[in-house]
Design a protein around this ligand. Structure first.
Ligand code: MN
Length: 299
């Protein structure tokens, strides 16, 4: 299948700078390997990011502007038959990529691999950083973040989070009645990463027309992958990360869109995170290219 890489160079969703440089760097590294098509989206250089602690909607309009453009392009390219691989950028850009996929592929599930659950609302957020709200927005909360989307939201019953270990108390409450399935790092330790991922695919794939996979690099332990904006200790190991990739590739037939986000080159140490990100991307790209004739929804 033909791939299209979307570089989403935005760090507007987080008060820490640097994630906007991630896609440029990774796409440059991929040049010797990747011969498919790509597009770059870069945030306006003249934006002064909000640093105001009491601002609960940091850079809301700038994020919306960035995502509107990204969403529209992605919808067109997915309609043209491309498999979209999005490289972030902070996780706020995925509101555009996941909903673009939902718009074209209609009823899809989502697997969110992340140390955080990204399930805050404008009312619950403590930091006002919009990269803490995207999954809730994709499920239909935070509608101000999705005004450009004229398709369905992804159902909470088909939404699975894998690797969570940092959940705000208010977020926990929203998640409790949302219907979202949350697998923590403790669940992974207990049952093994393979069993958890298989379960995730079962839930996200149940009676859906495909699955969107969103991979936040901060799920990996920061000793191994320090190059992220909000590191959380006690993350998964590199072996577990590559095992997750293996299971993703095994289920490639079901997958309709993929993101790798939150690489922050300014926080990386000895290019450790960059190497892991490249390994993940190289494997996914190869698997997508090998993806056989896949029956897509007729639109
Ligand atoms: Mn995230």
């Amino acid at each position: 299948m033909k791939t299209m890489i979307f570089g989403a160079g935005s760090d507007l969703g987080v008060h820490i700078d640097g994630a906007h440089l991630g896609p440029v760097q990774l796409m440059n590294d991929l040049k010797s390997f990747y011969t498919g098509e790509s597009m770059q989206f870069i945030q306006d250089a003249d934006i002064i990011k909000s640093r105001n602690l009491s601002d609960r909607r940091k850079n809301e309009y700038e994020v919306e502007k960035f995502n509107t453009k990204l969403y529209k392009e992605m919808v067109e390219k997915i309609k043209d038959g491309f498999f979209p691989i999005l490289i972030g950028g902070d996780h706020s850009v995925v509101v555009a990529s996941a909903l673009a996929s939902a718009k074209v592929n209609t009823d899809i599930g989502i697997i969110w691999i992340d140390a955080h659950t990204d399930y805050n609302t404008f009312d619950s957020t403590v930091t006002g950083n919009l990269h803490g709200l995207p999954l809730a927005a994709i499920n239909g909360y935070n509608q101000e973040m999705t005004v450009y989307h004229d398709g369905k939201n992804i159902q909470t019953s088909r939404t699975v989070i894998v690797g969570a270990r940092s959940i705000d108390p208010a977020e926990k409450e929203i998640l409790k009645y949302s219907g979202v399935t949350v697998f923590s790092t403790e669940d992974i330790e207990e049952k093994g990463v393979e069993a958890i991922m298989e379960q995730a695919f079962e839930i996200a794939g149940y009676k859906t027309k495909g699955i969107h996979v969103s991979y936040d690099l901060d799920v990996i332990d920061p000793d191994i992958a320090p190059g992220v904006s909000i590191p959380e200790f006690d993350g998964i190991t590199e072996e577990e990360a590559m095992k997750i990739n293996e299971i993703i590739i095994k289920h490639m037939k079901q997958i309709v869109s993929f993101d790798l986000v939150e690489f922050n080159p300014l926080r990386d140490v000895n290019r450790k995170t960059e190497q892991i990100a490249l390994n993940i991307l190289a494997q996914i790209i190869k698997a997508v290219e090998n993806k056989g004739k896949f029956e897509r929804t007729i639109y």
